[in-house]
Design a protein around this ligand. Structure first.
Ligand SMILES: NC(=O)c1ccc[n+]([C@@H]2O[C@H](COP(=O)([O-])OP(=O)(O)OC[C@H]3O[C@@H](n4cnc5c(N)ncnc54)[C@H](OP(=O)(O)O)[C@@H]3O)[C@@H](O)[C@H]2O)c1
Length: 391
C-alpha cells in the first residue's frame, strides 16, 4: 500500500463525513446535495402567476408511497469488476418533508463510481479493507452508484420551498450516490442555483483553482487537460484571465484548444518539464504527475495544484512552511453556495460547456464503466436514463 493510496481512502472517508454536514455544522440524516434548476419549467406544471412559480403546488406533490412504487436502477451487491453491476427493479424512493424526488434523465459514470464499486481493490488489501469499512464490510451499503444527475422534479416534500414539480434540475449527490436510477430523492439544500451542466469536474476544477489564488496575466499549465476535471479547468482558468498551456494526448489537441487553451502540448511528443518554460501554476488535473517532476517548471513562488495523492497532502503542509514553491492541496473539497452560483453564471454567460465523450443507455452501464476505467475518456461519460433526453 502506497502513501498515495492511503490518501485516496482518507479523502473518501473525510468526504463521506462531510457529505453529512450541512452548512450549519449539524449532522444530517439525509443526502447533502447540490441541485440546480434548469431553464424552463415543464409546461404541464406552469402556473399563471409569477408569485406562485417558485412554490410547489400541494396538489402536484405526491404523498410518500413507501414500497408501492418501483423503478429501474443499476445495483451491485458485491464489490468487483464492472460485471457486478446489473439492472434491477427496486423500490422507488419517496421524498421526506424537506426532499425533492427527481426523475432522472441523465447521469454519468465517473472515477468515483469506479473506485467505490471495486472497494479500491487496485490500491491493495489494506486500502480495500478500509474502503469496505466505510461503504460496507461484506457488501455495499448503498447498492446504487452514480453521483451526478439531470432530470425533472417529480414530487416535493411539504417543507420544500424553492423547487416545484416540473422544474428541470441538475445536481450532484456526491458520495451519497443513488443516481444510476430512474428516480432519486434529494434534500432541498442551501446550495442551490438555476442552470444546467455536468458539474462534477467543474466543481472539482474550481475548488483546485481557487487554492491557487490566480491573478490576471499569470501563466498556468494544466496537465491532463482532456479529462473531466481538466476540460473544466481549462475553461475556468480562462475566466481568471490567465495564460493557459494545456497538456494532453495527440487525439485531444484540437478539442482542448477549442476550449480556450492558449497553447497545447502533446505529451507523447514533448515533455513540458524539459522545454525550459516556467509557469506560475501547474495544475495536475489527472493525478498523473508530481511536484518533484514539476518543480523545475515552476516560477519562483509558483504553485503545484494536485487532485490526488497522500504525498501531496504532506507536501502541502511541508511547503507551506519551507521553500518558495508551494503544493496546494486541500481535502475534502468544500463546495459552497458561492461555487454553485459562480458556475451558474459562468454557464449562463456561455463560457462553459461540459465536454461529453460518450452517451450510453442505463442498460449499458457495464460497458460505460469499462470505458471510464480505461482512464482515456475525454471529459465526461453520460448515462441516459429516461424521459426527455434533452436535459
Ligand atoms: N471525477 C471525479 O469524480 C473525481 C473525484 C475525486 C477525485 N478525482 C481524481 O481526479 C483525477 C482526475 O479525475 P477525472 O475524472 O478528471 O479523470 P478522467 O476524466 O478519467 O481523466 C481522463 C483523461 O486523463 C488523461 N490521461 C490519462 N493518462 C494520462 C497521462 N499519463 N498523462 C496525461 N493525461 C492522461 C486522458 O487524456 P489523454 O487521452 O489526452 O491521455 C483522459 O482524457 C483522478 O486522479 C481522479 O481519481 C476524480
Amino acid at each position: 500500500m502506497t502513501v498515495c493510496q492511503i490518501l485516496q481512502l482518507v479523502r473518501q472517508i473525510i468526504w463521506e463525513i462531510c457529505q453529512q454536514m450541512p452548512e450549519n455544522g449539524r449532522v444530517s440524516d439525509t443526502s447533502q446535495l447540490y441541485l440546480l434548476q434548469i431553464g424552463e419549467r415543464d409546461s404541464r406544471f406552469q402556473r399563471d402567476s409569477r408569485e406562485d412559480y417558485g412554490r410547489p403546488d400541494p396538489e402536484a406533490c405526491i404523498k410518500p408511497l413507501r414500497g408501492s412504487e418501483r423503478m429501474k436502477a443499476v445495483v451491485y451487491d458485491r464489490y468487483g469488476p464492472p460485471d457486478v453491476l446489473r439492472l434491477e427493479e427496486v423500490e422507488r424512493p419517496a421524498p421526506k418533508e424537506d426532499e425533492v424526488l427527481v426523475k432522472i434523465h441523465a447521469t454519468t459514470v465517473n472515477r468515483l463510481d469506479c473506485a467505490t464499486r471495486e472497494a479500491n481493490r487496485r490500491s491493495g488489501l489494506a486500502v480495500t479493507l478500509l474502503s469496505r469499512f466505510i461503504s460496507g464490510l461484506r457488501r455495499p451499503k448503498q447498492r446504487i452508484l452514480g453521483s451526478e444527475l439531470a432530470g425533472v422534479v417529480e414530487a416535493v416534500g411539504a417543507a420544500v420551498n424553492e423547487f416545484a414539480v416540473g422544474d428541470h434540475v441538475f445536481g450532484t449527490s456526491g458520495l451519497r450516490f443513488g443516481a444510476h436510477a430512474e428516480f432519486i430523492c434529494m434534500r432541498e439544500s442551501a446550495r442551490i442555483a438555476h442552470k444546467p451542466a455536468v458539474c462534477d469536474g467543474a466543481l472539482n476544477a474550481l475548488w483546485c483553482l481557487r487554492l491557487a489564488d490566480l491573478r490576471k496575466g499569470q501563466r498556468i499549465l494544466i496537465y491532463g487537460a482532456s479529462g473531466s476535471i481538466g476540460t473544466a479547468g481549462v475553461q475556468l482558468a480562462k475566466y481568471f484571465e490567465v495564460d493557459v498551456t494545456a497538456v494532453c494526448n495527440t487525439k485531444n489537441l484540437e478539442r482542448v484548444r477549442s476550449l480556450g487553451a492558449d497553447r497545447v502540448i502533446d505529451y507523447t511528443q514533448e515533455d513540458f518539464t524539459k522545454n525550459g518554460q516556467t509557469y506560475d501554476v501547474i495544475f495536475d488535473a489527472v493525478g498523473k504527475h508530481s511536484f518533484k517532476r514539476c518543480r523545475g517548471s515552476l516560477s519562483r513562488g509558483g504553485s503545484y495544484l494536485a487532485t490526488d495523492g497522500f504525498q501531496n497532502l504532506m507536501l502541502a503542509l511541508w511547503t507551506a512552511r519551507i521553500g518558495d514553491k508551494k503544493v496546494r492541496f486541500s481535502i475534502p473539497p468544500r463546495y459552497t453556495k458561492k461555487d454553485i452560483l459562480f458556475l451558474k453564471e459562468f454557464i449562463e454567460a456561455g463560457r462553459y460547456r461540459a465536454v461529453i465523450d460518450r452517451c450510453y443507455p442505463l442498460e449499458d452501464v457495464v460497458e460505460a464503466t469499462r470505458y471510464v476505467e480505461t482512464e482515456q475518456k475525454t471529459g465526461n461519460v453520460v448515462l441516459t436514463v429516461s424521459g426527455d433526453r434533452g436535459t
